[in-house]
Write a protein that binds this ligand. Sequence first.
Ligand code: DGY
Length: 326
Amino acid sequence: MKPKVLVARRAPAAVVDKLAAHFDVDFHPGESPLSPDELRARLQGKAGAYITGTERITAELLDACPQLKAVCTMSVGYNHIDLAACTARRVLVTNTPDVLTETTADFGFALLMATARRMSEGERLLRDGRWKSWAWDFLAGSDVYNSTLGILGMGRIGQAIARRGRFGFGMKVIYHNRSRLPAETEAELGARYLAKDELLRQADHLVLVLPYSAESHHCIAAAELALMKPTATLINVARGGIVDEDALAAALCEHRIAAAGLDVFEGEPRVNPALLTLPNVVLTPHIASATMPTRIAMATLAADNLIAALTGAPPPTPLNPEILTA
Ligand code: DGY
């Protein structure tokens, strides 16, 4: 008898086939995520859950699904999973780091460029037939080359964005992180560590790449925005809940900062209506890791994790490896 697993979202056919070679797969092929009640019902009797960032794994859900042994998410972020509750119940959790780092950094940088150079605003104006003539200040944005790139959260993706800024665009790189990078990494990236307030004051472009947690919830709110330059841009490719969107909309509306580029939203796919009406914000639907090769690599890594977790092999990227040895 093969172990039973739930594949809670669509995945590449080859990956579903690979899982089906090892498991009795219950596959949810729909475009919308399962509701919490549907997820609980479909997880009954399952040893493994193959999920994405749209499925929440809570302590209550775990208690209702005592046969669950492994939760493997096709995402690097895991704020949708109560990791402590999983560990306490000896449920192995895995994520998909590394395989999306460069793709996500490319997108973060693209969003920075689009925001600073007002590309969405220009395209909307052109498509609406509002392009009348050339003028010296027509859609004039801010420079990227040679400016100061601030990075809040200097993990793998933050460092990859720093490299693009430093070596591609001659930017001065400053950063803040919970823990300071080793001196040799700072030297390699040409990155200078600053206190968070000082980072906010000095950055021309501030990119948020920190993990979402109770600690980082709304860590960019009115007080933080007030420290930023009126010419600054704010880019978020991490999680929506890091930014207080009402405070951001007010700052953008009153031109207390110049512009924002957001790929993630608190309560997505719902977007704060105040943001939708502002011209100086570029909005994209959580697609920073969305290239075909990267999504296939993420899907494959999540499957490899699940196969290893339920066949007694060491999973490639566990989040709570301590339960494997305890
Ligand atoms: C991630 O991997 O965490 C991305 O946000 C996609 O969900």
